[in-house]
Write a protein that binds this ligand. Structure first.
Ligand code: FAD
Length: 106
């Protein structure tokens, strides 16, 4: 099976990048696609304990896809849920776009 940490870093990069390039004002079709993608992702994720907990999170906290901002915030909250579970520091979700779309300003 794939390395859970490497898989995780790559997967979060993909997921946050999808949110960062998601339309600011998505059409109903785009919203359905994003919702379906996350539902299927949570079922196909190749770390079964991770997938099981992530599906459980998604039933408690339904994916928000009505805008880029909502999708990005939701993704950040989803990632923080895993951070918390693993005893990692929580990420400040007001900074998700700076981290994943516009780049840090230093
Ligand atoms: P990662 O957590 O991979 O984060 C990568 C980078 O994202 C960070 O360096 C930071 O810049 C940024 N970041 C951190 N938090 C946020 C946030 N909230 N929002 C936006 N950006 C952020 N591992 C397990 O051991 N058990 C599990 O049950 C488990 N479940 C997972 C479920 C999913 C859906 C995914 C995608 C991964 C899961 N993982 C799990 C892997 C785990 O989340 C980490 O990816 C892995 O432990 C490597 O961690 P890391 O410290 O390198 O950084």
């Amino acid at each position: 099976p794939p390395d859970v940490e490497q898989l995780g870093r790559s997967s979060w990069t993909l997921l946050h990048s999808i949110a960062a390039t998601y339309p600011v004002s998505p059409t109903p079709t785009e919203q359905n696609q994003a919702r379906q993608f996350m539902g299927l992702f949570s079922k196909l994720y190749p770390c079964w304990v991770c997938a099981e907990d992530f599906q459980e999170f998604m039933t408690r906290s339904q994916v928000r896809v009505e805008s880029r901002e909502e999708f990005g915030q939701w993704m950040c909250e989803a990632h923080n849920e895993v951070n918390k579970k693993l005893g990692k520091k929580e990420f400040d979700c007001s900074k998700w776009e700076e981290r994943w779309r516009t780049g840090w300003k230093d």
